[in-house]
Design a protein around this ligand. Structure first.
Ligand SMILES: *[C@@H]1O[C@H](CO)[C@@H](O)[C@H](O)[C@H]1NC(C)=O
Ligand SMILES: *[C@@H]1O[C@H](CO)[C@@H](O)[C@H](O)[C@H]1NC(C)=O
Ligand SMILES: *[C@@H]1O[C@H](CO)[C@@H](O)[C@H](O)[C@H]1NC(C)=O
Ligand SMILES: *[C@@H]1O[C@H](CO)[C@@H](O)[C@H](O)[C@H]1NC(C)=O
Ligand SMILES: *[C@@H]1O[C@H](CO)[C@@H](O)[C@H](O)[C@H]1NC(C)=O
Length: 545
């Protein structure tokens, strides 16, 4: 099937006319926060979430003359029961109206989170800027899928397209405005020391030696749709771009849909963004401007007006050593008296993550998985690490009986460890929008305890400030052995120590002060880049002229 641009007449007009807004210069947080020695800033959410209404679609196939392209009857997005649902288009429109947000001007991937069934990342260089600008306006812009379109199944294209630019890409387009984000300006390679990577040894070579000017994200429910869109796009872009690298991601099959390659349900802890959705119990609520530039809660001033309603996109290719991780669990079961060795291994894995494979948090299910809890989005995120009923003060600073301080979801969203009530003015929230890549583990790989074919997570996060968002979480929390308390050690999942062994405490329920030394990085950074995902009006009025 041929994919043609979505024409505006196919899109329901639910969003009010474009409303121009003044920039808020909220209490300047800016770069000073990164130097806070205590790192006791605010909470933010980590693992993903959001949901879609995939099955409950009532779109009709209108085969009228306006329909130049196939209309969707089922959503392109996935909808694991345990993840928070995406808002309905009506609910999102009401929320957006309340804060004067124009969901039609915001690229669709930013607020949707980890809901893609199939997604391709196409990294490109701009070879001829003049031609590229023409193509950006006439070919790419009409294909860019906005947020409102993705929420409305009948408005979804066969293949959604988003585009984002690196700093070198903006320069190639003669756009010299300072976006006031130093990690973005320098690029990810220059930020490598802050991320814990052991140099570029493991990096995909294209992320090291090449100027990647931008990335096109193509998402659909089938890889064939994506292939068709890509080949038609490439034909139209001709020599104005050159392909540098691409990575195909896919939701895992069957009942693993929504789970990352180690097997744990992902996406539960994405924040509820004001102007987009209402929170489930325990879900962090973040001001719009923590994710979208120029909105309420974006503390950075002096950015060019066209940057408003864009978001910084952090891309990281995170390889996961699944058989190696499983062997580590098998070899180191927690020896609780009531548990079998297998249960002890499962418990070790759950304590490393902070959740069971079902998504049930260990804080609420400390010894064995509780799949009913895991599947219930009203309960699976409803905890603070505080005592039951506690509404002020901090969590118990020595109690790791339910969840280690080092657990991945606790390191990256410490909730009551940073004090109660969990502040809504936190500036360390990100929306995670990544997708698994690579094949399932083969029986041969499992038996040999060795990864033979690369798989992992195509990590994507959106935030209005990389230093307060992704970089903060990775550098000052996950990689910081003193966070949240001295002796806690690294995040055992994503924490990185320049390739050196990582010491972690709290994992052994029978002796939480026993340090465990991880000599393998089960998650290996293969590098990436920092991008800016502009609003549709910025593409039309600034980047393509
Ligand atoms: C970029 O600016 C330079 C210098 O002003 C100019 O020569 C060039 O044509 C511009 N390129 C584009 C694509 O606008
Ligand atoms: C969420 O947790 C609170 C405090 O533990 C409890 O009172 C409330 O009933 C829970 N909500 C749901 C939906 O389970
Ligand atoms: C904190 O947790 C520790 C270890 O479980 C326990 O001994 C202590 O009584 C707790 N403190 C409070 C104030 O609940
Ligand atoms: C894989 O690891 C398991 C658990 O340690 C061990 O029993 C098995 O012998 C290993 N297999 C190989 C081929 O090394
Ligand atoms: C717990 O681990 C610590 C550190 O390894 C050790 O010193 C201590 O003896 C252990 N406690 C018990 C009860 O085994």
């Amino acid at each position: 099937m041929r994919i043609l641009p979505v024409v505006s007449s196919l899109v329901h007009c639910f969003v009010p006319a474009w409303l121009s807004k003044s920039y808020k210069s909220q209490n300047a947080v800016g770069d000073s926060t990164i130097d806070d020695p205590t790192m006791r800033l605010n909470p933010f959410p980590t693992l993903l979430s959001l949901g879609i209404c995939a099955g409950i679609v009532s779109a009709t196939y209108l085969n009228d003359a306006r329909s130049l392209q196939p209309r969707r009857q089922t959503s392109m997005l996935i909808d694991p029961a345990a993840q928070p649902d995406l808002p309905t288009i009506n609910a999102a429109t009401a929320a957006a109206n309340a804060v004067n947000l124009n969901l039609k001007d915001i690229q669709g991937d930013i607020l949707i989170g980890m809901k893609k069934k199939s997604e391709l990342f196409f990294f490109f260089g701009i070879s001829n800027a003049k031609d590229f600008k023409k193509n950006l306006k006439s070919t790419i812009l009409p294909l860019v899928t906005n947020t409102a379109q993705l929420l409305d199944v009948s408005a979804q294209p066969q293949t959604a397209l988003n585009i984002a630019f690196s700093q070198t890409g903006l320069r190639a387009l003669n756009v010299t405005d300072d976006l006031k984000d130093s990690p973005f300006s320098g690029g990810q390679l220059q930020d490598i020391a802050n991320l814990g990577d052991p140099g570029t040894t493991n990096w995909v070579p294209e992320f090291v030696g090449t100027n990647i000017h931008g990335v096109i994200l193509l998402a659909s429910d089938t890889p064939d749709n994506i292939k068709a869109t890509l080949s038609s796009l490439k034909a139209k872009l001709g020599n104005s771009v050159k392909e540098i690298y691409s990575l195909q991601g896919a939701a895992r099959p069957g009942n693993q849909e929504g789970h990352e390659h180690f097997g744990y349900l992902d996406g539960i802890s994405n924040p509820a963004v004001q102007g987009f959705q209402s929170p489930l119990p325990g879900q962090a609520v973040v001001p719009t401007g923590e994710i979208l530039v120029g909105e309420n809660g974006d503390g950075v001033t002096g950015r060019p007006p066209w940057a408003k309603d864009g978001s910084f996109l952090v891309f990281r290719q995170l390889k996961q050593l699944v058989p190696e991780f499983n062997k580590f669990l098998t070899d180191n079961p927690i020896r609780a008296p009531t548990l079998t060795a297998k249960q002890g291994s499962d418990l070790l894995g759950a304590r490393m993550i902070g959740r069971w494979k079902s998504g049930a948090p260990v804080f609420l299910a400390p010894l064995v998985d509780d799949p009913v809890l895991g599947a219930d989005p009203n309960r699976n995120n409803n905890f603070t690490y505080g005592a039951p009923g506690q509404t002020t003060g901090s969590s118990n600073a020595t109690d790791q009986s339910k969840c280690p301080f080092s657990a991945h979801i606790r390191k990256t969203r410490p909730r009551a460890d940073l004090g109660l009530p969990e502040s809504s003015s936190s500036n360390h929230h990100i929306v995670r929008g990544g997708i698994p890549y690579g094949p399932e583990v083969t029986p041969n790989e499992a038996a040999s305890n060795t990864t033979k074919t690369e798989r992992g997570l195509a990590f994507v996060s959106y935030q209005s400030n990389i230093a307060n968002g992704f970089q903060f979480l990775q550098h000052l929390w996950a990689d910081n052995a003193r966070f949240i308390h001295a002796g806690v050690g690294f995040d055992p999942i994503i924490g990185a120590n320049q390739g050196a062994p990582r010491v972690v405490t709290g994992l052994d329920l029978m002796n939480v002060s026993r340090p465990i030394t991880l000599t393998t990085d089960f998650v290996v950074s293969r590098g990436g880049e920092y991008f800016f995902s502009p609003s549709l009006s910025a593409i039309a009025n600034t980047l393509s002229v």
